[in-house]
Design a protein around this ligand. Structure first.
Ligand code: AMP
Ligand code: GLY
Length: 421
């Protein structure tokens, strides 16, 4: 079988490494991939948002199956376009990807079907939004409706910050058309849990839970990033919480999508907060999370390609999805200055014995050398019998890797370790 994976970050590298475990998989193309992914797949210089280019490549190369990993091609309808030329895919159609593509859609869906989430109001008019925040409880949360590279959520700690956010999003159009509408919602507190799940639209099979570390600095300081590290399983996601999530959130969501004529097939990511009043949805993503995937897939016991095909063929009910009874930790190595501005092009040295544990997010190959080529550069994952050992093993590997201007958090998993005791 010839496979094609759309995307080019650490998440895609983790997906590709896992897909290769299936012996029917003869060849994997990554579009566009990156210099590190090139060690595991053939990279093709076609952007993940160039839907026409992707379709043409798939046709010319007789691709048997495609995995569309990032949000933007899914929201743009990449799966629909590939299905139209007869190529089966893993990933939702455009009409289901809207669950991530529009926060107004997802909030209204949750309200209509009674799925627990923060209270909210929708605004299409900046003046009305500005009027509203004068009386809204502070802190308040302002969200641009559409995709905004993970930056469209502002936690306003004062009324002034809320006003500035509304003006930037709705009037200055900081995120373009994504800011035509906004959601203003209640500020919730509690530990956060990420749960990625496989669903074929009929059944939902959650993967092992995980915890992201979004802030750039130690002790959750600094700016929000795409994610500086992850651990799995998440100790806050107890059996009791998991059972409630299944009944109150996961099943109601897939049923709601089906009832709306938007059957979701693929990986549905539940971003949850465990509040005093039970688990609530902070956000849905229509795809695998990055860097959650880099801890979840290494713990997956079942064969990924088999499960993906079961999702596509709607036979997930009969397909086991099992995870190791173990712990994983992923430490992200980034370029100094990320997520604002950073330099690229530094040579990396990764010892042979560490390489199998590295997921490459931002790198390019030049004259046989691997050079840094992004904000997030590498994710280093270890699996062990305890969380403590997994964390220690990852940091040991990180210390053996070198590139100029590298930075990483030193406390990945620290909060989870405290929660365990
Ligand atoms: P998102 O980009 O939707 O993942 O949101 C980024 C982060 O903002 C989340 O991971 C939460 O930490 C935080 N957040 C989003 N919505 C809320 C909320 N209603 N209350 C508190 N924190 C929130
Ligand atoms: N790590 C969060 C995300 O993928 O959106």
């Amino acid at each position: 079988m010839k496979l094609m994976v759309i995307g080019g970050g650490g998440r895609e590298h983790a997906i590709i490494k896992k897909l290769k475990e299936n012996k029917d998989v003869e060849k994997i193309y990554a579009l566009p991939g990156n210099g590190g992914i090139a060690l595991d797949a053939e990279c093709v210089n076609i952007s993940a948002t160039d839907i026409d280019g992707i379709v043409a490549f798939a046709k010319d190369n007789a691709i048997d199956y495609a995995v569309v990993a990032p949000d933007d091609p899914l929201v743009l309808g990449c799966v629909d376009a590939l299905n139209a030329i007869g190529i089966p895919c893993f990933g939702p159609n455009k009409n289901a990807a809207i669950i991530e593509g529009s926060k107004v859609f997802s909030k209204n869906l949750m309200k209509k079907y009674g799925i627990p989430t923060a209270q909210y109001e929708v605004f299409t008019d900046a003046e009305k939004a500005l009027e509203y925040v004068k009386t809204a409880p502070i802190p308040t949360v302002i969200k641009a409706d559409g995709l905004a590279l993970g930056k469209g959520v502002i936690i306003a700690m004062t009324e002034k910050e809320a006003e500035d956010a509304i003006i930037e999003i709705m009037q200055d159009k900081k995120f373009g058309a994504s800011g035509n509408q906004i959601v203003i919602e209640e500020f919730l507190t509690g530990p956060e849990v990420s749960v990625l799940s496989f669903t074929d639209g009929n059944v939902v099979k959650p993967m092992v839970s995980s915890m992201d570390h979004k802030r750039a600095g130690d002790n959750d300081t600094g700016l929000n990033t795409g994610g500086m590290g992850t651990i799995a399983p998440n100790p806050y996601y107890t059996k009791e919480v998991a059972d409630r999530c299944m009944e109150e959130i996961f099943l109601p969501t897939i049923r709601a999508m089906k009832a709306e004529g938007r059957t979701f097939k693929g990986c549905l990511y539940f971003g949850l907060m465990i509040t005093e009043n039970g688990p609530k949805v902070i956000e849905y993503n229509c795809r695998f999370g990055d860097p959650e995937t880099q801890v979840v897939l290494p713990l997956m016991k079942s064969d990924l390609f088999t499960v993906m095909k079961a999702v596509t063929e709607e036979t997930l009910a009969d397909t086991p999805v099992e995870f190791e009874d173990a712990h994983a930790a992923c430490v992200v190595m980034a370029s100094a200055g990320y997520p604002v501005s950073y330099e690229k092009g530094y040579e990396m040295t990764i010892p042979e014995d560490v390489l199998p544990y590295v997921y490459v997010a931002g790198a390019k190959e030049k004259d046989g050398k691997l050079l840094t080529n992004g904000g997030r550069v590498l994710g280093v994952t270890s699996v062990a019998g305890s969380l403590k050992e997994a964390i220690a093993a990852s940091y040991e590997k990180v210390e053996k890797i070198h590139f100029d201007n590298a930075f990483y958090r030193h406390d990945i998993g620290a909060r989870a370790l405290k929660a365990e005791v």
